[in-house]
Design a protein around this ligand. Structure first.
Ligand SMILES: [Zn+2]
Length: 426
């Protein structure tokens, strides 16, 4: 091989090497581009997924941070005056954006014992023996042997039982929680001067049916705006005849008769007067009555008088004699002691006027109370068209508890208590 040939061959080899290098570069460049594209695509997909998850969380999962947290204050009537009310900070009582109340708060208002058996935390009221059990971190609960479902999981944290506020409102009679938007707090208090008692949850609809037949009431017609199931046993007492009796001139009460189950009513007019008391069943049925009235837009009706002792009625009567001049005249306005229904603890005067007046009849409020009273076990005791039978002037403010069964019958028959008792005794 001559030198020219050698030169040519070397050149050819260099050209080949250059071409190969160029090709490698091209391949590397393409690979870089593909890699870049893949990375870009992955980032894009991840970003889009993050956005989607973010939107989902925003839409479906309420964040505690977005919720306005109200404090919970316990208004305890038994504590010393200089003692501050217990306050639970809103930061400690919200779980999953729901307001919970530690059961401990109820302990200030009523004695109870806390029990714990594995996951099941229970409370028992010492006086009444009523109880409830909660399977912690689930919706499962049991009230006096009846399975119920909570609106949110129960919590047990640092030895404290936390339940959604809805539980107390549904199952704890006498429990009131007043919301104050300005101060961002709920004030928890007791509506009666008795310890709280748990109420039985209304039985299932089939059970209710048979019970209705047994008790004879047509509960199916009752479509309350509120869930009043907790009050059912009081509006419709098991012993339906227990409260059906007359108190009038022919049927006086004994001078010494004092009911032994009087409770103060939360609906007592707030004008400095003493808390008005009535018998337990009448008191809780009235609570249902006026709660439903408020829910139906009937505002401002309060109790001005309920139980009156024999002595107090004597004072009222003596006072009236000094005004009218004679017992006869006085008796037209005020019942003599013994024959006042107010001594029974089963009746109330309630209205929204400065003073009781026949003008209450015919107002939206007065008419609503009269028309709906029977659903809650009450009757308007001295109707306008029965003055000749009752012997008492028309009193659109005076309602008497007899229980739903008889109240409904009287409503349907258009009878006052005197007529009705004669009718059923025939
Ligand atoms: Zn009255």
């Amino acid at each position: 091989m001559d030198s020219k040939q050698q030169q040519r061959s070397a050149e050819a080899q260099r050209r080949l090497a250059r071409q190969r290098a160029l090709k490698r570069k091209k391949i590397a460049k393409r690979r870089r581009m593909i890699r870049f594209f893949i990375i870009f695509a992955v980032i894009y997909v991840v970003l889009m997924m993050a956005v989607a998850v973010g939107i989902f969380i925003n839409l479906h999962i309420k964040s505690d941070d977005n919720v306005e947290k109200y404090d919970v204050e316990v208004s305890n009537p038994n504590k010393d005056e200089d003692e501050d009310n217990t306050v639970y900070s809103g930061d400690d009582v919200y779980f999953d954006s729901e307001l919970y109340i530690p059961f401990e708060a109820i302990g200030e208002l009523s004695d109870y014992t806390l029990t714990k058996d594995g996951d099941v935390v229970g409370i028992v009221f010492r006086e009444s023996g009523e109880y409830a059990k909660f399977t912690v971190d689930t919706l499962k609960a049991n009230v006096n042997g009846n399975e119920v479902e909570l609106s949110s999981n129960s919590k047990f944290i640092d030895g404290k039982l936390y339940l959604p506020i809805e539980f107390y409102e549904t199952h704890l009679i006498g429990f009131t929680a007043t919301k104050n938007d300005e101060e961002m707090k709920y004030t928890v208090s007791r509506s009666t001067d008795e310890p709280y008692e748990f109420l039985l949850k209304k039985p299932s609809s089939t059970d209710t049916q048979s019970e209705q037949t047994a008790n004879g009431t047509t509960e199916a017609h009752l479509d309350f705006t509120l869930d009043l199931s907790a009050y059912e046993q009081y509006m419709n007492p098991e012993n339906r005849d227990e409260y059906l009796f007359l108190v009038n001139a022919e049927n006086p009460l004994d001078e010494n008769y004092v009911p032994d189950d009087l409770l103060g009513s939360i609906y007592t007019r707030d004008d400095g007067r003493a808390t008005q008391k009535l018998r337990k069943y009448a008191c809780f049925a009235l609570e249902a009555f006026l709660k439903e009235a408020e829910a139906c837009g009937i505002d401002g009706v309060t109790v001005t008088s309920a139980y009156r002792s024999y002595e107090y009625q004597s004072q009222l009567f003596q006072n009236e004699i000094s005004i009218t001049g004679s017992e006869e005249e006085a008796a037209k306005n005020v019942n003599p002691p013994g024959i006042s229904e107010h001594q029974s603890g089963l009746c109330i005067d309630m209205h929204n006027l400065p003073a009781a007046s026949t003008a209450f009849g015919g107002t939206v409020e007065g008419d609503w109370l009269e028309e709906n009273a029977h659903k809650f076990g009450y009757i308007l005791r001295y109707p306008k068209n029965k003055v000749s039978i009752t012997g008492i002037n028309y009193e659109p403010w005076h309602f008497r508890y007899v229980g739903r069964y008889h109240a409904t019958k009287m409503h349907e028959l258009g009878m006052c208590l005197e007529e009705y008792i004669e009718y059923i005794n025939k």
